[in-house]
Design a binder for this molecule. Structure first.
Ligand code: GLN
Length: 199
């Protein structure tokens, strides 16, 4: 593929950080709010933010169904934090009417680290990356359970949550509980761009 176009869900969340990072990696990064803008994307990123607001806005702006259809059809997609929740087939601790796009055969637990734990940082091993990753968690989910086809890429290593799964991949869908778009480390975005260019 020549330069891929990677859309970033831009109705809510930390859109700019993803667009900037992707652009620095040499892809055509575009903020997507409308179905027409999605059409020309080869791949897609759903940022951190608030998943309960995201799905409502996606419904209002009629992006929900076309986006879900593209993910089901194999478009490489990467979700961070709220984006991971949006990509999970099942959610614990969601609002009663909360919908997700799905794509990952996982159950995520929203705000899993406890409401008192607003944010924290930790170092992790990330499968496929030679050096450790500094992970920033902000009211983050974790992966409570997962299906057989889902690969675990990272787990929390220290503290009460040690062992909890915080990065997964199932074929063309990648998700992290933490925010690789914050903190100046582009390796997980690079990993995703490699997924896109080799898809
Ligand atoms: N707690 C948020 C949610 O449920 C996610 C937080 C984040 O993306 N930083 O959507």
């Amino acid at each position: 593929m020549s330069t891929p176009t990677i859309g970033v869900f831009a109705l809510q969340g930390d859109v700019r950080e993803h667009v900037r990072l992707l652009a620095e990696l040499g892809v055509d990064a575009v903020a997507v709010r409308r179905p027409g803008e999605l059409e020309r994307c080869h791949a897609f990123v759903i940022p951190g933010g608030e998943s309960t607001t995201m799905y409502k806005l996606a419904r209002t702006f009629e992006l929900f169904d076309p986006l879900q259809a593209r993910i089901r059809a194999g478009m490489p997609t990467f979700g961070t934090c709220a984006g991971m929740i949006m990509l999970a087939d099942r959610v614990q601790g969601g609002t009663a009417d909360q919908e997700t796009l799905g794509g990952l055969d996982i159950t995520v637990r929203r705000n899993a680290f406890g409401r008192q734990v607003d944010s924290f940082e930790g170092e992790l091993d990330f499968e496929g990356l030679p050096d450790r990753v500094r992970a920033i968690f902000i009211r983050a989910p974790w992966v409570e359970s997962l299906g057989e086809g889902v690969e675990v890429l990272a787990r929390v290593e220290a503290g009460e949550a040690a062992g909890r799964i915080v990065a997964v991949r199932e074929g063309h869908v990648l998700a992290t509980s933490f925010h690789p778009e914050v903190g100046g480390d582009d390796r997980i975005h690079r990993y995703f761009v490699d997924m896109v260019t080799t898809a």
